[in-house]
Design a binder for this molecule. Sequence first.
Ligand code: T5A
Length: 241
Amino acid sequence: MAEPVKVPDNGAGEHARGLFLVLEGGEGVGKTTQWTRLADTLRAVGHDVVAVREPGGTAAGDAIRALLLDPASELAPESEALLFAASRAQLVRDVVIPALGRGAVVLVDRFLLSTYAYQGAGRGLAESSLRAVNTLATQGVAPDLTLLLSVPAEVAQARLEVRGPADRMEQEDASFHQRVREAFDAALAADWQAAHPEIGPVMAIDADRPVDVVTVRCLEALVAQWPVRFASAATAALSAL
Ligand code: T5A
């Protein structure tokens, strides 16, 4: 059972600076669906939302994304990790830091936790190496909250089969994806989070529910941490059900 998440008070008050929110989880859990819905819901009640995905979110990042996901790309694990970090570095410098500086809500589909899960647990690269490279990439910017979506493996698989051809990462075998899932689960433990301040707090969201219900759960998680900022968004989402 995951420990309850306590987001540290940044001391600046709820509205005084931007918020950096991340959606994470294995393939097919519904992150991208919720990323779109959360961005739309928050914008509809007046929030300045910058929604970007990793890898990608900049011109350089989108080119790197195409290389990383192309099944024809032959990449060593180290090259793969450096390319994810390169995309992240561009995104943080060009998009995340400026948006946080003007007080926006930055909503990212995947971030550094994915590197620990896929390149660390999945590929077997040392976490210390990944941390070092990504300290350069993130400039020390850590998420305020990560919502970790999860569904049973067979549910994710069924969703992906409906969606179409698998990309380079999705083509990895079942044991790779099992290690990735276990790494995400491990990130829910309080002692893991205490040892990984660069990830920030991680909260579990049961995503094996209808799309609308998962959206409400995500919004409720935000309201629990920042009640003033997000109450009207949650009310709007609930009334639309
Ligand atoms: N990666 C990424 C790394 O290895 N290291 C890193 O550091 C980073 C940042 C990115 C790949 O790169 C890897 C991880 C990934 O393998 P991607 O295309 O962005 O590639 O892959 P994902 O983020 O995994 O996106 P997916 O689209 O594959 O999965 P999602 O976003 O979890 O799922 P989504 O929302 O697209 O939904 C999948 C299907 O399920 C349906 C949707 O309609 C869709 O058809 N669905 C639901 N159906 C029923 N009920 C619900 N609640 C549903 N929610 C969605």
